[in-house]
Design a protein around this ligand. Structure first.
Ligand code: ZN
Ligand code: FE
Length: 241
C-alpha cells in the first residue's frame, strides 16, 4: 500500500490521524486538536506536512491547525460551511469535492448532525473513513447543531462504502459506547464480542480504533438504526447515560 495510516493520541481522548504516502513522501493529518504532539511525531519520522484536513470547527479538532500551517506551510482543507468558525482555509470543500493526495483522491462527504457543516473524508486506497465526531466505534456524535434526521442521513451516506473501510474517528470513546450499546442490544452477539475485545484493548492501554465499517454495521446501534426516530431515541438515551 503506498499510503499508510497512523494515529496520534492528543488531549484527553482525541486522535489525530496521519496519512503518509511513501512513494511521493507526502504527509497529511486529520483534525490536529493540538500541534505539539503532531510536530513531535513528524520530527521523529523525519517528515514534513503537506495537508491538514479538518472535519468540523470544534476546538479539540482545530486547535493545532494555525501552528502546523505556519510551521510547515501545509494547506488547510476544511468545510466551506464552517469557514467563519475555522479561520483560514486554503481549500474550502463541499459535498462531493475530491482532494488529491499521494496519487489518490480523498472524497468529501457532507455529514451534518454533530455540527451543521461537518464533513467526513473518504480515502479509497486503502479504504479509510475519517469521520470526525459523526461516527464513533459503537456510537455517534452528540447532536449539537443538527437533528436526528440529519445524523440518520449522514450515517446512511456510509452505506455505499465497502465493508473493509477503516473507521478512523475523532475520539477514543469506544469503551463507554460499548457499555451503552449493550444496554440497548444485549442480545447482539457480535456486539458482545466486540465489547470484550474493547475491554481487553483498553486494559492494555491500546487504541480500539480504527474499527471497520463491517464491524460497525454489525455492532453499532446508531448506524444500525433504521429510522431517524429510532436514532433520535437512542441518542437521547445515550445523552442521559
Ligand atoms: Zn466535535
Ligand atoms: Fe471532538
Amino acid at each position: 500500500m503506498p499510503i499508510s495510516i497512523m494515529s496520534i493520541p492528543v488531549l484527553q481522548d482525541n486522535y489525530v490521524w496521519v496519512l503518509h504516502d511513501t512513494t511521493g513522501e507526502k504527509t497529511a493529518v486529520i483534525d490536529p486538536g493540538d500541534a505539539a504532539p503532531v510536530r513531535q511525531f513528524l520530527d521523529a519520522a523525519g517528515w514534513s506536512l503537506d495537508l491538514i484536513l479538518v472535519t468540523h470547527h470544534h476546538h479539540d479538532h482545530v486547535n493545532g491547525v494555525a501552528d502546523l500551517h505556519s510551521h510547515y506551510g501545509a494547506q488547510v482543507v476544511a468545510p466551506a460551511a464552517e469557514a467563519s468558525q475555522i479561520g483560514r482555509i486554503d481549500i474550502p470543500v463541499h459535498d462531493g469535492d475530491r482532494v488529491p493526495f499521494g496519487g489518490e483522491e480523498i472524497l468529501t462527504i457532507a455529514t451534518p448532525g454533530h455540527t451543521a457543516g461537518e464533513v467526513s473524508y473518504y480515502l479509497p486506497h486503502p479504504a479509510a473513513l475519517f469521520c470526525g465526531d459523526t461516527l464513533f466505534s459503537l456510537g455517534c456524535g452528540r447532536l449539537f447543531e443538527g437533528s436526528p434526521k440529519d445524523m440518520f442521513h449522514s450515517l446512511a451516506r456510509f452505506r455505499e462504502l465497502p465493508d473493509e473501510t477503516l473507521v478512523c474517528c475523532g475520539h477514543e470513546y469506544t469503551e463507554s459506547n460499548a457499555r451503552f450499546a449493550l444496554t440497548v442490544a444485549p442480545e447482539n452477539h457480535s456486539l458482545r464480542l466486540r465489547a470484550e475485545e474493547v475491554r481487553k484493548l483498553r486494559q492494555q492501554g491500546k487504541p480500539t480504533v480504527p474499527s471497520t465499517l463491517r464491524s460497525e454495521r454489525l455492532c453499532n446501534p446508531f448506524i444500525r438504526a433504521d429510522s431517524a426516530e429510532q436514532l433520535g431515541q437512542l441518542r437521547a438515551l445515550k445523552d442521559r447515560f
